[in-house]
Design a protein around this ligand. Structure first.
Ligand SMILES: [Zn+2]
Length: 273
């Protein structure tokens, strides 16, 4: 049933980011729809990753039991500096936590709405940056587990943000920043015992998004309030669809919504519910 729900678009880094949306067994090349009408209809039902259906999630895209019991919703998911699997200490499910936490992680610097520090697992770096709407990014360190990346992130939080200001990110392209120099400066503040993980490679990734017009005044639209959203697609940045009327729609925050996506003027898709 999860394939009938909205989930974040797949991204591919090219001259501009290419987005695809998979739903109901169809793959939509979203860049082709820019300048055209699109329509998203919500069935009124959401479904948790455990399979439970309901009218709305309890919190953060989870049902009540998952939010309180699932390792996917534990505190260390939101605060990596609380990870303890590398010490063999269980938070909610040690086996799951070992698998998730004891894998290579990266700390990076990205310029999306200003400079931020972030962490990502394994090879997810570029995907993460595109999902966050970064215009430039650089890897700072590669560490053997999630906890160490959280510790580095905490040490740098006093100098740079660790969150993206999505309104600012959606209002245009940020000014270019010398990330190599910034990396050198910030590297001095990495805790001594973790300095060995700083990466010597200083490749900066530049990312452009398919946007014809940024919203002048951002109006965030949500399916809970507006179950049918339609309008002209003016661009895509991060996981946001930019629509006419200064509206923005965050696909990612609607993951798990059983919905229908259609492009009325291109294909005549029949509603699936
Ligand atoms: Zn659940």
């Amino acid at each position: 049933m999860r394939r009938d729900t909205l989930k974040k678009m797949d991204t591919e880094l090219k001259d501009v980011v290419h987005y695809t949306l998979d739903i109901h067994g169809e793959t939509h090349k979203m860049n082709d729809y820019i300048g055209k009408q699109i329509k998203i209809e919500w069935s009124g039902v959401v479904i948790c990753s455990c399979g439970k259906k309901m009218e709305k999630f309890y919190r953060s895209g989870f049902c009540y039991p998952c939010y309180w019991d699932s390792p996917m919703a534990s505190q260390s998911i939101f605060k990596p500096e609380l990870c303890t699997a590398h010490l063999g200490i269980e938070e909610r499910d040690l086996e799951w936590e070992i698998e998730f936490q004891l894998a290579p992680h990266y700390v990076y610097l990205a310029n999306s709405s200003g400079i931020k520090v972030g962490i990502t697992r394994g090879s997810q770096g570029v995907i993460r940056w595109m999902d966050q709407g970064a215009s430039q990014a650089i890897l700072l360190a590669e560490v053997p587990n999630r906890r160490f990346s959280g510790d580095i992130e905490v040490s740098l939080k006093q100098f740079v943000d660790d969150k993206t200001n999505w309104r600012k990110m959606l209002s245009g392209t940020p000014e270019s920043v010398d990330l190599v120099q910034l990396k050198e400066e910030l590297s001095q503040h990495v805790p001594e015992e973790l300095k060995q993980y700083i990466l010597p490679n200083n490749t900066v990734t530049d990312i452009k998004y398919p946007v014809t017009k940024y919203p002048a005044k951002i109006n965030s639209t949500k399916l809970d309030k507006t179950p049918i959203i339609k309008g002209e697609l003016l661009g895509i940045k991060a996981q946001y669809l930019l629509l006419d009327g200064d509206r923005v729609f965050n696909i990612r925050s609607h993951e798990g919504y059983i919905a229908n996506f259609s492009v009325p003027k291109i294909a005549n898709q029949t509603s699936l519910f």
